[in-house]
Design a protein around this ligand. Structure first.
Ligand code: NDP
Length: 493
């Protein structure tokens, strides 16, 4: 394993520009590639969370950040992007060290995207304009938007830097302060990111970090009275619990939750590209993606050939140490998660295991990429998000049937459609109930467009205008332009 960069002996919380070590639990940080403990995390308890929220509040109420012009804030945001780019290799390495995501992917996709989040939101904030109304010509009504306050930003372990940086960039671009809570499994690169953000000139207290487990640190954060907004990315059950507790305090939330996205391969598709796309859709990011095309719906007339080719390519995947730039599929996040994913290869009933289904011996949390042909979309393997390198094939005959199967899910995050028949592509894009639909392309993540899900996949959207609406509140101010006559209450009749 490379040791070019320093791994902190202990990851602490970061409050108002300084590290804050809690008296709470110490938790091991593990490299999924070989199971070794690489550092430890000092868990933030309710007291530390209170300090972090207090620092964010102080920065918001009395600090310079929200009072700056968008030009000045924008310059600093661009500096953050430049620092992320300059430190991309280090961030990727730290991220790999606690997530086990392949280095090649972290360098090619995750870190550039983190930098883009800051430049993109700087631009959005600089272009955000108010409104003027003149319903009555004697009055001018001006609508201006203002930062909301202290945002609690909670993110999962499967793409820590891209997901957390999007939340931070969106929150601070409009002048808010933030308290960030990453997953306790993957704190390393996010902690470094927060340092870089301050190094770039974001004043201390604007971005604070609390580290620890969800039910301890996360819960203390979302229940804190000083939090004005919650942006959460994670599992549906956790999201539901957080949304209910935020609702009790009338705190707005956005929820980016799980998925079980249909990847529909029509006979009319360019099948070579559809094959590449289907493999990327389920096996990239070690199979741990909310967006995964984990239900692969194939038209029956081409199914035998397509599935055989998919299996041959699955068998040829380069599985190994995520630090190796040639690795295509690394380990999953933990042994417990590996057991969870593999449990879906047991008790198959009428479903048929086509490849994989076992753990890979040796250190690290590797498992065989697994493919099952489901007897129907009612199978637990077609309905449950497994969040691992586990593909479920389902066959269909007609376009109507494909759309019906795609919609027969409690989730509605994304859908993929592969066809060169334009009316089919257009109809699918209108009739599939999902927040994002990709036609003949896997995972085009347009950062400016709304991103989020229908049904159990979430509530609200992330993206340029959606974040502007979420992270700001409007004030409507009316000015008398002339001196319109006023009724004189209590005056002489
Ligand atoms: P979790 O819901 O378990 O956790 C997400 C975050 O919430 C973590 O920081 C976690 O902390 C924290 N958390 C957990 N419990 C609580 C609680 N009671 N109160 C406050 N915070 C809490 O999700 P996973 O980490 O397992 O991530 C995987 C899930 O995320 C999948 O379902 C996936 O689909 C979804 N996801 C959705 C995306 C989207 O954009 N729609 C993108 C990526 C993932 P900790 O981990 O430290 O316990």
């Amino acid at each position: 394993m490379l040791t070019k960069w320093q791994v902190p002996q202990a990851v602490t919380s970061h409050i108002a520009g300084s590290s804050a070590t809690a008296q709470g639990q110490r938790l091991p940080i593990v490299y999924p590639g070989d199971g070794r403990i690489v550092s430890e995390l000092c868990e933030a308890d309710a007291h530390v969370v209170d300090m972090a929220v207090g620092a964010a509040r102080e920065a918001f109420d009395h600090g310079p950040w929200r009072r700056m012009g968008t030009e000045e804030r924008g310059i600093i945001m661009h500096r953050v992007a430049a620092l992320v780019t300059a430190h991309a290799e280090e961030l990727a390495w730290l991220e790999c060290l606690n997530s086990g995501l392949p280095m090649a992917r972290l360098q090619r996709i995750h870190m550039p995207r983190a930098a883009q989040n800051f430049t993109m939101f700087a631009e959005v904030a600089s272009q955000a304009a108010g409104q003027v109304f003149t319903q009555d010509p004697r009055c001018l009504t001006m609508v201006t938007r203002h930062p909301v306050g202290v945002a609690a930003l909670l993110s999962p372990w499967n793409a820590p830097v891209p997901l957390t940086s999007m939340k931070i960039a969106a929150a601070i671009a409009f002048g808010n302060s933030a308290v960030v809570k990453p997953s306790e499994l993957t704190p390393l690169a996010v902690a470094r990111l927060v340092q870089l953000i301050e190094e770039a000139g974001v004043p201390p207290g604007v971005v604070n970090l609390v580290n620890g487990r969800g039910p301890i640190t996360g819960q203390a954060l979302i229940n804190h009275d000083g939090v004005d907004l919650v942006s959460f990315t994670g599992g549906t059950a956790t999201g539901r619990a957080i949304a209910s507790s935020a609702a009790a305090r009338l705190v707005p939330v956005t929820m980016e939750l799980g998925g079980k996205s249909a990847n529909i391969i029509f006979a009319s598709a360019d099948l070579d590209r559809a094959l590449d796309g289907a493999l990327l859709g389920i096996f990239s990011n070690n199979g741990q993606q909310c967006l995964a095309g984990s239900r692969i719906l194939v038209q029956r007339s081409i199914a035998d050939d397509f599935i055989q080719r998919f299996l041959a390519r699955t068998a040829a995947l380069r599985i190994g140490d995520p630090m190796d730039p040639a690795t295509e599929l690394g380990p999953v996040i933990s042994d417990a998660h590996r057991r969870h994913v593999l449990s879906f290869a047991d008790n198959l009933g009428d479903d048929r295991l086509l490849i994989g289904g076992g753990a890979i011996d040796g250190p690290g949390f590797y498992l065989e990429p697994t493919v099952v042909l489901a007897a129907s979309n009612a199978s637990v393997r077609a309905q449950t998000e497994m969040f691992g390198p586990f593909a479920t094939f389902i066959l269909f005959d007609t376009e109507d049937e494909a759309i019906a199967i795609a919609n027969d899910s409690r989730f509605g995050l994304a859908a993929y459609v592969w066809t060169d028949h334009l009316p089919t592509a257009l109809r699918c894009s209108r009739e599939i109930r999902a927040g994002v639909i990709w036609v003949n392309t896997p995972m085009m993540r347009e950062l400016r467009a709304p991103f989020g899900g229908f049904k159990d996949s979430g509530m609200g959207r992330e993206g340029a205008q959606d974040c502007l609406a979420f992270y700001t509140e409007p004030t409507t101010a009316s000015f008398a332009m002339t001196q319109p006559p006023l009724q004189k209450l209590g005056g002489e009749g």
